[in-house]
Design a protein around this ligand. Structure first.
Ligand code: TRP
Length: 333
């Protein structure tokens, strides 16, 4: 029997290259080795944006389309929407009962989220009961499928540790070894920075979306920071001090291309504008297939919805089996 993995993403809107290179590409590889469950964490989106739900429906579909375009194959992976698997909410109740309050209070990721929320919304912003429960709900997502492993970024590892703790505690209390203690699988990500050199993020307006057109991508690349000390094309360049463009070359270019760029830049034979024009073309080439698929799904939205309802069904089947055992172990009526 192959091992089972589960992972999710909050529906934050159209995904960018940071998501693609850092997370999705990893999932695309893993789906061939594991029985894979990938879901859109729409309840988790509510933990901080319960009052901003206008775009929620569209965001769920956008995330799903980005995944499918990027190569998540619904014939081998189960792709579903968290809130369509209500068994997760019930499991969340049982797990909440066995989770000591100070475990969630100590969760470093939650502390960070609370901090961000306070800076965005001011001191008056309340941390809701739902947000406090973020780590328990995430444990419910994972234990719902009784997963063996969870592919995540380093920022999520603390959450996986709480999940393991909760699984162990449940097993102890109910005298069972039913729940696996899931291991994190770290994304071996090539961290891509934003166009301004900072972390790529939607809210920083420095990202390139998977769904951006070639024109938009080319335009955005022209704004990428280069070697700040370089004024003229004939100035000798310093690729290692080129804050963004050369880093992108290293991610998207072939070895030969990177060597050529480096050499020409250092010898003052390549201007930054020309360099970025070429880079834009290289990135567009690399993404062309994904974008074609993205457009296909945008124009066949019913197909996307069908894929999700199929996935929801498959996920619920597994979830209800796990839940039946859990109810039994807890000795519910
Ligand atoms: N917390 C994750 C994030 O912000 C999203 C998530 C929710 C998740 N539930 C999960 C990831 C379960 C892995 C497994 O990225």
């Amino acid at each position: 029997m192959s091992q089972l993995i589960v992972s999710g993403m909050r529906p934050t809107g159209k995904l960018h290259l940071g998501h693609y290179l850092g997370v999705i590409q990893n999932w695309v590889e893993l789906q061939h080795k594991y029985d894979s469950y990938f879901f859109v964490a729409d309840w988790h989106a509510l933990t901080t944006k319960y009052d901003k739900t206008d775009e929620l429906k569209a965001d769920v579909l956008n995330v799903a389309m980005d995944w499918l375009a990027a190569g998540i194959d619904p014939n081998i992976s189960t792709v579903y929407v968290q809130s369509y698997v209500p068994e997760i909410a019930e499991l969340n109740v049982y797990l909440g009962m066995v989770t000591p309050q100070n475990w969630v209070e100590r969760d470093p990721t939650l502390k960070d989220m609370a901090k961000i929320l306070r800076t965005k919304e001011g001191q008056n912003s309340q941390i809701s009961y739902g947000l406090m429960g973020y780590p328990v709900l995430m444990s419910a997502d994972i234990l719902m499928m009784n997963a063996d492993a969870v592919p995540v970024g380093v920022d999520q590892v603390a959450h996986i540790e709480i999940t393991r703790d909760i699984a162990r505690r449940f097993n102890n209390i109910y005298n069972t070894d039913f729940f696996h203690e899931p291991q994190p699988i770290l994304n071996h990500c090539s961290l891509i920075c934003g166009l301004d050199g900072n972390k790529m993020g939607k809210s920083f307006h420095n990202d390139i979306k998977i769904s951006d057109t070639e024109e938009v991508t080319a335009k955005k690349i022209m704004t990428a920071i280069t070697d700040r000390s370089r004024m003229r094309k004939t100035d000798l360049g310093h690729p290692d001090e080129c804050e963004v463009a050369f880093k992108y070359w290293k991610i998207f270019g072939s070895e030969d291309q990177v060597a050529t760029v480096k050499c020409e830049c250092e010898n003052g034979e390549r201007g930054c504008a020309d360099c970025k024009r070429q880079l834009g073309a290289v990135i567009n080439e690399r993404l062309s297939e994904i974008r074609e698929k993205r457009v296909y799904y945008e124009t066949h939205i019913d197909e996307v919805k069908d894929i999700l309802s199929e996935g929801n069904k498959k996920a619920r089947k597994r979830a209800s089996e796990v839940l039946a055992t859990v109810r039994d172990l807890v000795r519910m009526y």
